[in-house]
Design a protein around this ligand. Sequence first.
Ligand SMILES: Cc1ncc(COP(=O)(O)O)c(C=O)c1O
Length: 388
Amino acid sequence: MENMIYLDHASSSPLRSEVWESMSAVIGVADFNAASLHACGRQAQETLERARADIAKVVGASRGEVFFTSGGTASDNVAVLGFIRRRLSDNPRIVTSAIEHKAVMLAARQAATEGAGLEILPVDEHGQVDPAALDRVLAAGSSRPTLVSIMWANNEVGTIQPIAELVEVAHRHGATFHTDAVQGFGKLDMRHETAPVDLLTATAHKLGGPVGIGVLVCRRGTCLEPLVYGGTQERGVWPGTQNPIGAVGFAKALELCVAEQDVHVPHFLSMRETLETRFLEEIPNVVVHACGAAQRLPNVLSIGIPACDQATTLVALDMAGVAISSGSACSSGATTGSHVLEAMGLGSEEDYTVLRLSFGPHTSDQEIQTAGDAVIAAVAGARATLAN
Ligand SMILES: Cc1ncc(COP(=O)(O)O)c(C=O)c1O
């Protein structure tokens, strides 16, 4: 929307013009059924496979290890439930963290109702999982087929987990490792040699690609039961007519993100630092979430403001033309208490307002200045209303 300062890229980052152009360029070429045997279908198939190869290259996978799905939620569900259902007769278990996105958390709970064991690892006050805690849990019950599912970076507070270390622990115990990499994809180094995860979830719309397409990277030898049944597309992992145009958009968005990392990451860090410093100076009692984490997403800043009504603050910001989320928006758009903050031991008091500001490639320093003013004014107004 014009005139709106959009600081909600962790929810969805608007489609980039270069991505739109790349998708428009394959209209008439790739908008056919990629499973059809005629020339049009083959053309669509070739376009799809090129996009798959481009995405595979970024994570150091082979083309055959990248499965297109309808997004992050689908990929998370296929990874968690697909792993467990395939091994139900062998007493499987899932080990996950207390701060996962609901796509993993609820899939894991569903797996538990179907007979899997479920262990939930706690996090510290900065949202970090302790590899030693994973080690202890895995040591008890090593003979069971185990899926460890721990997100690479948290969507609410931005904490980045020590994924390489966690993968090493999991593999030492013979467990399979899944990571929901939705928030860090394209921003962090996710090559296989950096952290050899077995299953990785990503989605296009967090990096300026189209909504409705994601991938599950599934390393050779990791067998999954399909969740939906139909054709043989995506080798049965996610059947249904494929989306070559969406795949082209995803590959282009990822290409741009990776190519621009060296420019954007320092800019994200400086914008985050500017806002953080201002908020700490100008909002009494503000809490910067995950500020003590060893690593945090550069483009996400989450703050907590005690004695401040959340709805009043968000409405004031919306009226001031600043799009910010509470960080725990549920699927209907309403806000609920955050299981992430709860796990970090925060946000339990009444009227604890949470604001998550997340930047994108075109966020400017001027916008950060204006948004900072708006947040400070909105909080002061909401606090004054509450006091009266
Ligand atoms: C960490 C994380 N995982 C999964 C998802 C779900 O992805 P999608 O919207 O593509 O289904 C999101 C989206 O908010 C997310 O932030």
